[in-house]
Design a protein around this ligand. Sequence first.
Ligand code: ZN
Length: 489
Amino acid sequence: MTAYTDLLAHQRETEALAQVAGRLGWDQETMMPRGAAEQRSEEMAAMEGVLHARRTDPRMGDWLAQAVADGPVAAAQLRHIRRSFDRATKVPAALAQEIARVTSMAQGIWADARARDDVAAFLPTLAEVIRLRREEAAALAQGGDLYDALIDDYEPGATAASIGAMFDRMRPRLVALRAAVLGAAYQPAPLQGSFPATGQMALSRELASAFGYDWNRGRLDLAVHPFSSGSGADVRITSRVAEGDPFNCFYSTIHEVGHACYEQGIDPAYALTPLGAGVSMGVHESQSRIYENQLGRSRAFTGWLHGRMVATFGDFGLRADDFHGTVNRVQSGYIRTEADEVHYNLHVMMRFDLERSLIRGDLAVADIEAAWNDRFLADFGVMVDKPSNGMLQDVHWSVGLFGYFPTYTLGNVYAGCLHQALRAAVPDLDAQLARGDTTAATGWLRANLQVHGGLYPPREVVERACGSAPTEGPLLDYLEAKFRGIYGI
Ligand code: ZN
């Protein structure tokens, strides 16, 4: 046996165990009885212990030193394994365990604080999470920028400087578009009525099928916060239902189907290897966003969806023509996850600046609420009315996800580039979408991006699909054309 073969055999078992751990997480959000929470946290901690030991196994250092790649696929496998081994071994085991313990506790403390709008109850825990993540970042960065070390966990190769410069270029056009849209004479009507849960879930399944979700390797369940989970032959999605807000259900489903189809679309030869999963959070989000927004909220596709909604729920008082505006209605609001396409990236930019200051140490945890509220007023022109509509709204910081927010906008930017290339490759895309047929669109994404899994670095896989390096231009052009069209400006 060569070192490479030994290394891959060890890695394959680690990947299989990681899939098992992931399925425990899925179960916790969908099926687990309430009384099992404490036992489950012990079960998951035990799995983490096994995984960490395997990921830092000293034999891996020897294998990596001796392994020789016989081609680009093997070279990519080694690149991923080396990177993960370096990161796992740079962080002391005691620190990694402390982070796992504190963040699992912090999530519950954050949820309680949010429910009671009690910032003070969350701040000591947040301070502790930030202290630990800074310590971890220092171990990883070895003299470099702490925030960059954290971003690298989610978007290898991205830096705060390059993301910040891109955000600076995007902001003026987004702000101008928002002003034009909110000041337009025409404003689309809101959706009204009640839409029974059974009909919403039936139509959700139809939407998942329309976007090419493989039910033979997946399933759809309900969860409080929709997510997708798993890789290879078992990729599950969740959605949620509110009878007054069917779009939440439909577009959550389509979004998660985008994530899931990326995983299902990866070359099966890569299953249970480091290449067998989406390459970064930003590229993952590009798939969920292009399915949800550029395809799912297009005029052509919403025309088809309107017909399916009338067939499912009866006439709900909107003509197909007006329905596209209703689906894409632009509204100022406090909550990032409910934001429309025009506002969404502005929410991300604000979080990016605030969390960078927190990690740098320029912003004290005691001042975060005031800093958040000042910034929200400056960016959105509205005073935050309560912390659950402000700094307590997102789970990310409680679980230590610093450096994650910018990947949402990176995903939007990548989706903009991919959409431009897709339109050029499939000239009659709208005629197909108007029939609820996404085969050509999803087929193009699969063949040009999804199939590669982790073979190429994030920006490179997008560049290969699009034929040029990704920039924010296509996303901004798309947003301006779409919303100027809808609002008649
Ligand atoms: Zn997503």
